[in-house]
Write a protein that binds this ligand. Structure first.
Ligand code: 13P
Length: 340
């Protein structure tokens, strides 16, 4: 298959009615943070054991089309000795990999960040591809403050994201393009809307400059929300209205799918917000789906607590969230289902 057809086939497999993506690509410091509240120590074996349980959940393939892996996980095996990317592929779930190397402060722009990892990226992608990865993920972060993100941060981050996406496509890997406007802060929803719109405009201009084929990317943005410390939460209807408004202004119709991150929303909140978008604003040019990390895994982690005997309960908790988000992707989730 030539590269273009390969990218197209991967996008088709990633974007399916009633399905979304599981983000299980927590870096070493992040997974330690996720494990800590449940008293689980992060070791190579605990990470392997947790993730292989998660991926072997029966039925997850009905609502999960792809999984983002951390590099280490590409080379880990389930209890039967099967490589985890192979386990996923055998269920028709597309394996992908996080390829950025995290953030550092952006020079001359106090309070802003930039993501590292472009040097040697093409060679790394070739290696990941030989290990089964068909798509990649790269995250840029934008904190909201009185002076942040600066105009420099918006431009510099967009440029890096576009470089990454172009390199991926050249290597036959579908790039998930993730500009995350952080939920931290006391700002209102209007400020988040303005920042998100500026960020997305800059990202799509940069993608165009770098000749990235929009049909062969997946966008992974944050939703438009009031800051975590604003004092009041927005209703799913308000979140859906503001988020779809910004996306319609900034995201070209050629993009096949928008898969949101959960970014600190609670599991039920993230499901209700996605559902409201699909229920209230159907027929958008792109699919509106999920690529949640915490919102899919938190209840599963709590049920597991690092104990072998909780494996069944853990898989049940994960499957439940995946199914409810699968319904939200169709706009047919009801909050009453949480109690069933
Ligand atoms: P959250 O859904 O927990 O924000 O994680 C998604 C992700 O992949 C962040 O990079």
């Amino acid at each position: 298959m030539d590269t273009e057809h390969e990218l197209q086939a991967t996008v088709r497999a990633m974007v399916q009615e009633g399905k979304g993506i599981l983000a299980a690509d927590e870096s070493l410091p992040t997974i330690s943070k996720r494990f800590a509240p449940f008293g689980i120590e992060s070791t190579e074996e605990s990470r392997r054991s947790y993730r292989s349980l998660l991926f072997s959940t029966p039925g997850m393939e009905d609502c999960v089309s792809g999984v983002i892996l951390f590099e280490e996980t590409l080379r880990q095996r389930d209890d039967a000795g099967r490589l985890l990317p192979e386990l996923l592929s055998s269920k028709g779930v597309v394996p992908g990999v996080k390829v950025d190397r995290g953030t550092i402060p952006l020079s001359h722009s106090p309070g802003d960040k930039i993501t590292e990892g472009l040097d040697g990226l093409a060679a790394r992608l070739r290696q990941y591809r030989s290990e089964g990865a068909k798509f990649a993920k790269w995250r840029e972060v934008y904190g909201i403050g009185a002076k942040n993100p600066s105009a420099l941060a918006v431009l510099a981050n967009a440029e890096v994201l576009a470089r990454y996406a172009a390199i991926c496509q050249e290597e036959g890997i579908v790039p998930i393009v993730e500009p995350e406007v952080l939920i931290d802060g006391e700002h209102d929803m209007g400020r988040c809307l303005d920042v998100t719109e500026a960020v997305l405009h800059a990202v799509f201009h940069a993608l165009e400059r770098h000749k990235v084929v929009l049909e062969h990317i997946v966008l992974k943005p944050s939703m438009v929300l009031p800051g975590k410390d604003f004092g009041e939460k927005a209703s799913p209807e308000e979140v859906a209205e503001a988020t779809v408004r910004v996306l319609r202004r900034a995201v070209p119709a050629a993009v096949p799918s928008i898969n949101f991150l959960s970014g600190g929303q609670g599991p039920e909140e993230a499901t209700a917000n996605l559902n409201a978008m699909n229920a209230l604003f159907p027929g958008q040019p792109w699919a509106l789906s999920f690529s949640y990390g915490r919102a899919l895994q938190q209840p599963a982690l709590a049920a597991w607590a690092g104990r072998r005997e909780n494996a069944g309960k853990m898989q049940q908790a994960f499957l439940r969230r995946a199914q409810l988000n699968g319904l939200a992707r169709r706009g047919s989730y009801l909050s009453g289902m949480e109690k069933e």
